[in-house]
Design a protein around this ligand. Sequence first.
Ligand code: ADP
Length: 165
Amino acid sequence: MNKIAVYPGSFDPITNGHVDIIKRSQRIFDELIILIAYNPVKKTLFSVEERIGMIREVIKDCRNVRVDYYDGLVVEYVKREGASVILRGLRALSDFEHEFQLALINRRLNREIETVFLMTGYKWFYTSSTIIKEAASLGGSVKGLVPEIVNQKMQQKYHPNEVAL
Ligand code: ADP
């Protein structure tokens, strides 16, 4: 039987920390779905279409990985796709409490689904979409922290007049 995992998040935008988790998960699961999950609390920089476009570009050479969007409960999506695992990445201690809460509520909502955590690669311990957006918005270079396509899109968003034609 195929082991399908769903990796939900905002991915606003996808960073090298996310990519690290995606690549490593390929050795564990047969299929991975990166799920842009609607979060009513978060205001995003990139539209769903923009985030999907960047992720598609980043995963174009990855086998058995695809991207999707869902505006309902993640556990419902996981069940609908015949998956049994929610994949999440863990960074610094600050992630722990929130991830614990999420995993527990998701287990309460559906006991058949397990949340699996992968520890971040040490290089990406402090890499978050939020901090990257902050740095880029103030003109800081985020090269090496995000895939090149994301670096370019961020430049276009924040500094459209400086982008070389
Ligand atoms: P959310 O809005 O659900 O927190 P994110 O896009 O910020 O979505 O993150 C999605 C998942 O990826 C979360 O499990 C998060 O902990 C993980 N993640 C984010 N950045 C990193 C990183 N640098 N290394 C490992 N995991 C990460």
